[in-house]
Ligand binder design. Structure first.
Ligand code: MLC
Ligand code: AMP
Length: 499
C-alpha cells in the first residue's frame, strides 16, 4: 500500500545518515533522525485519537518538531493545518470551528487560551522552544518506526486557510498529488539536488516556507539551514556555506540594505528565488549589480501551489514571473466574460493542472465561483502574456494588500472597523512601502453623532486581528469617494493619501 506524499518525501530518507537540518545553535539532525522523529510523532497523533482524514491544527513556533509534525500528519493519513503564529484568539476561534480538528497543537504559552476556544472533541497538545511541550515529551518514548497509513493521490494532505475578498477565510484543500506534483516540477526546474544547502528563513505555516521550500528540499535530499526567524545577520553569515535562498521581496531589499552583501560573499550561492509578492525591477537590477546574480522570480498561490517561474537556464527578466510550470496550463481571460484573450492583452490569470487544489473546505458555492467545471482556477491576478508564453503580472482584480509577503484582505479589516462605535463606514487600502512592499491605511467616516476615538479603534483592532494586518495610519474623511455604481474608489483614496 502506498502513501503518495510520504513515500516520495520522507520514506526514501529512512536510512540516510546525511545532514538534513542545521539549527541556529549549530545542532545538526540527520535525514534518518528526522524520519525517526516523524514516526514518533505519528504514534502520538494516533494515540491522541487522530484518524485518517482528521485535521491537525498547528499554531506553533518554527521548531524541528513542528516540521516533523507535518510529516507525521502525512504518515498517519491526517490533514495538516498550519496557522500563522500572529493570529489572535478571535481569528483562531473561526479556524478551529470551521475545520473541526481532532487535535490542536500550540505553543505551551497559549495552551490555556486555545483550550478555552476548542470544542471538547478536540484534544490540545503543546510544543515549546524549550522542547518540553506535551507533544514532544510524548514522542520521546515512542518507537522510531511507524506503519504508514495508505493514502491515494487525491486524498487530502493539508488544509491552508487563505483570506478572501468576502472577509471570511477559506480553507484550501490540498491533496497529496497537488503537493507532490508541484514539488517535483520545482525541484526539477530549479535543479535542486542533494548537493544543495538551502537557507530557510521563512515561516513554515504558509505555502512558500512549508511546501515550496521544505517539500523541494525533502524531495531532493538537500540540506536545510533551518532558521527560527528571519535575520539579515544570520543569512549573511550562512551564505558562504550555502547554495540556495528562497524569500519574499522584503528579504532581498533588506539584504541589499547591508553593505556586506557582495559578489565575493555569494561565491558559493547557486540560486536566489523570490516570490509571494511582486519583486520591484529596481531590486532585481540592484541585486544583479551587487552580486552578479539574477534573482529568479516565481509566482503562486495557496490554492494552486506554484504556477509560473522564470527559467533556471535562460533569461530571468525583471518584472515578469516567467512561464507556466511544466504540467500547468495558464490562460489569460477577460474577467467579465471568461473568454481567452490574445497575447499582449491584460486579463485574469486562470490555471489548471495537478497543482490546483480540490476546492474550499465546507464552501461548495465559493469553490464553484472560483474553480471552473473544466478545472481552471480563477486567480484574481491580472497579467499579460507575451507570444513566447512569458507572463507579467500587472495588477489584481481582487482587493488585496500584500505586506512583506503576507496577504491582507481589506474587507476583513473593514468589517472589524465598521462595527466600532463612531465609525459609520471605512475603507482600507494599500500604499507603497519601502520595506514591506505595501502598507495598510484605513480611512474612517465618522457617525453622525459621535466621531471615532482612534486610540479605542487601535485597541479594538489589536485584540481582533493579527499584528501584520493592523492599519499603520488611520485618517478621518467626511465621505468615501464612490463611482456611479456606488463602489468605493480606493484608487482615489490612494492617490489622495500619496499626495
Ligand atoms: C512583521 N510585521 C509585519 C510583517 N511582518 N507587518 C506587516 N507586514 C509584515 N509582513 C510587523 C511586526 O509584527 C512588527 O510589529 C513590525 O512589523 C516589525 O517587525 P519586523 O521585526 O521587521 O518583522 P520581521 O520579523 O523581520 O518579519 C518581516 C518578514 C516577515 C518579511 C521577515 O513578515 C516574513 O517572514 N514574511 C514572509 C511571509 C510569507 O512567508 N509569505 C508567503 C505566503 S505564501 P511591531 O509594530 O509590533 O514592531 C504565498 C504564496 C506564494 O503568498 O506565492 O508564495
Ligand atoms: P496567497 O493567497 O497567500 O497564496 O497569495 C497569493 C497571491 O500572492 C497571488 O494571488 C498573487 O497576487 C501574489 N503573488 C505571489 N507571487 C507573486 C509574484 N511573484 N508577483 C506578484 N504577485 C505574487
Amino acid at each position: 500500500m502506498t502513501n503518495t506524499l510520504y513515500d516520495a518525501l520522507f520514506a526514501p530518507h529512512a536510512a540516510a545518515s546525511g545532514v538534513f537540518l542545521t539549527l541556529d545553535d549549530g545542532t545538526e539532525l540527520s535525514y534518518s533522525g528526522f524520519v525517526g522523529r516523524v514516526a514518533q510523532l505519528a504514534h502520538v497523533l494516533v494515540n491522541a485519537g487522530v484518524k485518517p482524514g482528521d485535521r491537525v491544527v498547528v499554531q506553533a513556533p518554527k521548531l524541528v518538531d513542528t516540521i516533523a509534525l507535518y510529516g507525521a500528519a502525512v504518515q498517519c493519513g491526517a490533514v495538516y493545518l498550519p496557522l500563522n503564529t500572529a493570529y489572535t484568539q478571535s481569528e483562531l476561534s473561526y479556524f478551529i470551528e470551521d475545520a473541526a480538528p481532532a487535535l490542536v497543537v500550540c505553543d505551551v504559552s497559549s495552551a490555556d487560551k486555545i483550550a478555552s476556544i476548542c470544542p471538547t472533541s478536540a484534544k490540545v497538545m503543546t510544543l515549546s522552544t524549550q522542547n518540553n511541550g506535551s507533544l514532544s515529551q510524548a514522542a520521546d518514548t515512542e518507537p522510531t518506526t511507524f506503519e504508514t497509513v495508505p493514502r491515494a493521490p487525491d486524498d487530502l494532505a493539508a488544509l491552508l486557510y487563505t483570506s478572501g475578498t468576502t472577509g471570511r477565510s477559506k480553507g484550501a484543500m490540498l491533496s497529496h498529488k497537488n503537493l507532490l506534483s508541484n514539488a517535483m516540477s520545482l525541484s526539477d526546474l530549479w535543479q535542486i539536488t542533494g548537493q544543495d544547502r538551502l537557507i530557510h528563513a521563512l515561516p513554515i505555516f504558509h505555502t512558500h516556507g512549508l511546501f515550496v521550500a521544505m517539500n523541494t528540499a525533502l524531495l531532493s535530499g538537500a540540506q536545510v539551514r533551518f532558521m527560527a526567524a528571519f535575520s539579515v545577520d544570520a543569512i549573511l553569515s550562512e551564505i558562504p556555506a550555502s547554495t540556495l535562498l528562497m524569500g519574499v521581496p522584503t528579504f532581498y531589499t533588506r539584504l541589499l540594505g547591508d553593505p556586506r552583501m557582495t559578489r565575493e560573499l555569494v561565491a558559493t550561492m547557486r540560486l536566489f528565488i523570490s516570490g509571494s509578492a511582486p519583486l520591484l525591477t529596481e531590486t532585481h537590477t540592484e541585486f544583479e549589480e551587487r552580486t552578479g546574480h539574477r534573482i529568479l522570480e516565481r509566482y503562486g498561490m495557496t490554492e494552486t501551489n506554484m504556477i509560473t517561474s522564470n527559467p533556471y537556464e535562460g533569461e530571468r527578466l525583471a518584472g515578469t514571473v516567467g512561464y507556466a510550470l511544466p504540467g500547468t496550463e495558464v490562460v489569460i481571460t477577460n474577467p467579465e466574460t471568461g473568454d481567452a484573450l490574445a497575447y499582449g492583452e491584460i486579463g485574469m490569470i486562470e490555471v489548471r493542472g495537478d497543482n490546483v487544489f480540490q476546492g474550499y473546505w465546507n464552501m461548495p458555492e465559493k469553490t464553484a465561483e472560483e474553480l471552473r467545471e473544466n478545472g481552471f482556477f480563477l486567480t484574481g491576478d491580472l497579467a499579460i502574456q507575451s507570444e513566447d508564453g512569458r507572463i507579467s503580472i500587472v495588477g489584481r482584480a481582487k482587493d488585496l494588500i500584500i505586506s512583506g509577503g503576507y496577504n491582507i484582505y481589506p474587507k476583513e479589516i473593514e468589517d472589524v472597523l465598521n462595527d466600532l462605535p463612531g465609525v459609520e463606514e471605512s475603507a482600507v487600502f494599500g500604499v507603497p512601502h519601502a520595506d514591506f512592499g505595501e502598507s495598510v491605511i484605513a480611512t474612517l467616516v465618522a457617525s453622525h453623532d459621535t466621531a471615532p476615538d482612534i486610540d479605542a479603534v487601535r485597541a479594538a483592532v489589536e485584540t481582533t486581528l493579527a499584528r501584520f494586518k493592523h492599519p499603520r495610519v488611520y485618517q478621518i474623511a467626511a465621505a468615501l469617494p464612490r463611482n456611479t455604481m456606488g463602489k468605493v474608489q480606493k484608487n482615489v483614496l490612494r492617490a489622495e493619501y500619496e499626495a
